[in-house]
Ligand binder design. Sequence first.
Ligand SMILES: Nc1nc2c(ncn2[C@@H]2O[C@H](COP(=O)(O)OP(=O)(O)OP(=O)(O)O)[C@@H](O)[C@H]2O)c(=O)[nH]1
Ligand SMILES: [Mg+2]
Length: 244
Amino acid sequence: MSTLETDAADANGTDGGGEYTFDDLSVVMGTYNEEAAIETVLEDVERVTDGRAEVVCVDGSDDRTPEIAEAHGARVIRQEPQGYGVAVEAALEAASREVVVTTDCDDTYPMEALPAFLAAVNDGYDVVSGDRLYHGAEAMPALNRLGNHAFAAVASVLLGERVHDTTTGMRAYRREVIEAVDWTENTGLSAELLMRPLARGYDVRELPIEYAERAGETKLDPLTGGAEIAASILRVGVEERFRR
Ligand SMILES: Nc1nc2c(ncn2[C@@H]2O[C@H](COP(=O)(O)OP(=O)(O)OP(=O)(O)O)[C@@H](O)[C@H]2O)c(=O)[nH]1
Ligand SMILES: [Mg+2]
């Protein structure tokens, strides 16, 4: 993996030696009719972080998702549903803490891993990316799994560096990385959020995570969504090559 050529203590912005804690953490997500999952997801965040993390939901629901989110202390920003990336980008922008973790609001990602993500940021990583495929991702539909392996293979060739899971929804970012890049993708934003920082020399680590079956209905059509992600990976990969 590429290495940012600064001292980790300086790079992590904690004024020389201090470590980030859950008080420095925002957990952000797009939420679109996630009534079946949101309570569990927010309770997990609250339990694992002792209620200390800020939670931001950018919500396009017409069910009770936003009310449930607010009842659990989340900051809810209402937005017409315009796709995954539009929501997640708004959520990243709204986050106020120094370390920002994205997740899906569908109970697929392990909030128990939040301490490990934070620890990796404290170790000096700028981006910590949850790798679902490492443990096999058996809860993932077979077509999605196949697609995700293919996306990772193509992205690896374009980046000249092996990546394993380009479309994961669970990552931690140091705020500076989010602010340093102009994001352009929507359905493919997750891949972009991994690829551009890697191509620009930020210190990126993939962290193996478990992946569970989804609660509630998917918001992504595997074929049209997959085609959009493939196009994003090609566009971002080529753009970043020509930037160098
Ligand atoms: N606000 C908002 N949130 C969205 C929109 N589209 C998707 N989301 C949310 O973004 C997250 C990712 O969507 P998912 O349906 O889980 O997509 P996916 O992970 O590719 O598909 P699954 O494998 O079925 O989970 C979920 O929390 C959705 O509720 C949207 O248009 N607006
Ligand atoms: Mg999901």
